[in-house]
Design a protein around this ligand. Sequence first.
Ligand SMILES: Cc1ncc(C[n+]2csc(CCOP(=O)(O)OP(=O)(O)O)c2C)c(N)n1
Ligand SMILES: [Mg+2]
Length: 694
Amino acid sequence: MVAGEQTVVTGAQLDTLCINTIRTLAIDAVQQANSGHPGAPMGLAPVAYSLWQNVLRYDPEDPAWPNRDRFVLSAGHASMLLYATLYLAGVRYVNPEGELTKELSVSLDQIKRFRQLDSRTPGHPESFVTTGVETTTGPLGQGAGNSVGMAIAERWLAATYNRPGFEIFNYNIYTICGDGDLMEGVASEAASLAGHLKLSNLCWMYDNNKVTLDGPAPWSFSEDVMTRFVGYGWNVTRVSDANDLDMLGRAYKTFLDTRDRPTLIVVDSHIGYGSPNKHDSSEAHGEPLGENEVRLTKKNYGWPEDAKFLVPEGVQEHFREGVGKRGGQLRAQWDKLFSNYTEKFPELADQINRMQRRELPDGWDKNLPTFPADAKGIATRESAGKVLNVLAQNVPWLIGGSADLGNSNKTTLKYEGAGNFSATSYGGKNLHFGVREHAMGAAMNGMSVSKLRPFGGTFFNFSDYLRPTIRLAALMETPVIHVFTHDSIGLGEDGPTHQPIEQLASLRAVPNTVVLRPGDANEVVEAWKLAMHISHGPVLLVLSRQAIPTLDRSKYASAAGVGKGAYVLADAPGGKPAVILMASGSELYLCVDAHEKLKAEGVNARVVSMPSWEIFEKQDAAYKESVLPSSVMARVSVELGATLGWERYVGLKGQMIGMHRFGASAPWKDLQKKFGFTTDIVLDAARKAIAAAK
Ligand SMILES: Cc1ncc(C[n+]2csc(CCOP(=O)(O)OP(=O)(O)O)c2C)c(N)n1
Ligand SMILES: [Mg+2]
């Protein structure tokens, strides 16, 4: 059967025609872009096709339907597989305002513009660009990790919102991953967590094509994947030929029938190398086939050799009859169900609706504490834990946990009814991610694209272990809240392996990421409030282990200034400072102390609290000038971290007090002296800065 001929095809032939359409669209798009991976989409086309056409509960007419099945392409380099499928299924575009449009998310024109500037078909799938892309993938392993968070989210939503006769949430998550994904640590951590939590709504399809970029996969990968996943507590099944749609169908059925654990389907496939003579070649793939190979490959598929971007008659209709019809019916039934649910349970329905729009419930900030002035004070991790415990009661879908440090991070929700999230209680709000920081970050991203507001805690130093997930949250503009405690050498005895130095500077360099390091308990309250309002990117709360004074707000400015990123906390009389002292977090009180001592000496010093550079940079020029007047050149910054970047605020004549080496293992009091984080050092720097500015 040659595509393009005017014969009516049905059944298996039509399936093959659809699969080869996906394949040839991928080939043509990659060839036209002269960039990208054609092989993976060619090999995986039957896997994606049979899932979408026969299994996925997804309505292309309403891709934001909350109860849709999720499809994640963790092998993001196979992006054309996803784009071709979205096009053929006729998935509609949802605009940035969240409105469903009549437009296709991916049109044939967009496929022709694969990997071009401002197209909806970027090199790797970007969820914020292309409707139907559930999460941003490309860095291998991340999509797999995200899918575990999506499965957690579905389980929590079902346990929290379903009522007898009202199964509002019962969707599944399907993930295609390759050898690369399964080699990555993050996917291994995530698979371990998923098995432990018995997430039976999760199905990974492993593209066992025995090849990676360098050559045969066995050059670097020889473990028994099936046994490994059995060990994780997964159900494992195998499809020995990716082109066998019946066998694939049976594997999906096995998944759907498995109620007590996640499923791994190992799919033996051959990566598309073009014509058969190239098939067993181990030469590098991951590049366009070249015009000649394109022709040979098409010939091999029974495709017109000269046709480009050919979509034979009947293919789109077939998708409409399959996934389109099934999804449309299911979604219509769900709409009816949800409308009855809204009548019966208006408050729950309201929560679900607000969640979808990333809004907060009314009264989300009620009962928040204020902290009285206290010279001894309280660690910012402590005050943050108190605030979180209030917020989590006000915002039902604020849920999270830590990577085995709940008691240290103070992220445990202790109020009655908070509960633990476990395989036997999916409605709990306390997640135990275990010592799996990277999977925690990836799962948080998956929860976030599922519209929950996840938080996760670990020591600030171990932000390095989940950093790739922060970057992805920033890129895909999803709000996750990282609670990083033990934020400096102030943690003391655990020593330099645990003491962050460069983390503040390096995380401040990540675009669309808000780093918030509040300077006392009341700044913590404001920092959390700010965090709850940030709905398009990650927020990193950076908190102390050690107690720091709670400042007297009747004497100094209100902590509400945190909302502007930086503010004048204490000023010289008449507002004409001789020197500006600025700090974030646990060093703020040193500046306040120095300010008081300088005042006694008749020196006018202004203290600027700077919990967030990113938020401060968003303010208008007049505000920034009012906080840091350009006429005042004598400036000092104090922060228990690398000084990199503070030049921006202290200028060439300023003084920067920070850490220039790794810390040391000792009680904090001793470290404070050794590394010079005392009022005296600040005073000394202030005098130097004043002298230099003259
Ligand atoms: C974290 C990460 N490291 C490296 C890459 C570059 N990369 C893209 S595809 C690939 C090989 C993938 O092999 P496999 O997962 O088996 O996919 P296949 O080549 O079989 O399609 C690599 C190393 C990446 N995308 N992400
Ligand atoms: Mg492979």
